[in-house]
Design a protein around this ligand. Sequence first.
Ligand code: ACM
Length: 270
Amino acid sequence: MKVATVQMNIKFADIQHNVSRAKELIENSNARLIVLPELFNTGYMFDSPEEILSFSEDTNGYTIKVLESIAKSKECYITGGFAEKDNNNIYNSSFLIGPTGLCGIYRKIHLFRDEKRVFKPGDLPLRLYEIDGFNIGLMICFDWLFPEISRSYALMGADIICHSANLVLPFCPDALITRALENRMFFILSNRIGCESMGDKLLKFIGKSEIVAPNGDVLIRAGADVEGIFEVEIDPLQARDKNITPLNNIFEDRRCDMYSEKLLKPKTKE
Ligand code: ACM
């Protein structure tokens, strides 16, 4: 399966520009599965639900319609982030679109910093999507820092995690090597480049989009400042082998009898 990550600069609040830039990049690819960044069509630094409202879209909106027509003509699957409007709520969401239309939506569970003022936290149960017999999970940016989400997907049978991001902290591209190894899954990280500012706040996005294999190999990693679509051929069946050594299987060797539920919650003062 050929898979691709798109790394692009994003013009704040210019949906037409960003969607047509993504379209241009996708049209240069013959990958089956393509990942775009978080909020790839709107940009990131919105201050309030009111400010992002006119840039948010429902699942019949312009962005999804354009990508549906590309996915249909190229017979590919495309995932990426957008501000999803659902009745009076706005979510930091990602879509998965295939040749026959929208497959589904993921809503970011772990909101980062000021996103907590703008978006409702994700409320949809984790689920996998099947593409060509392989199982695909979606997550968005800061979700990576919570190993529970990757492990949940792994236990559900995921082969590939599509990770749409607007990373500003430096840790994720290296940390995903560990996520891939500890779960024996592929990760496709699509990050953006460029800067955004709001008042005296400035964010620089770190690029370094990458595709990581279940054995921790970084199959491709983009630079910090380049735009492009970066693709590799993978065999998703590699993610079905959960053995680290002939005598160590990452699922069977778990000692659930030794892990305390209490460890999953922060300690409270007695
Ligand atoms: C992030 O979650 N966009 C850092």
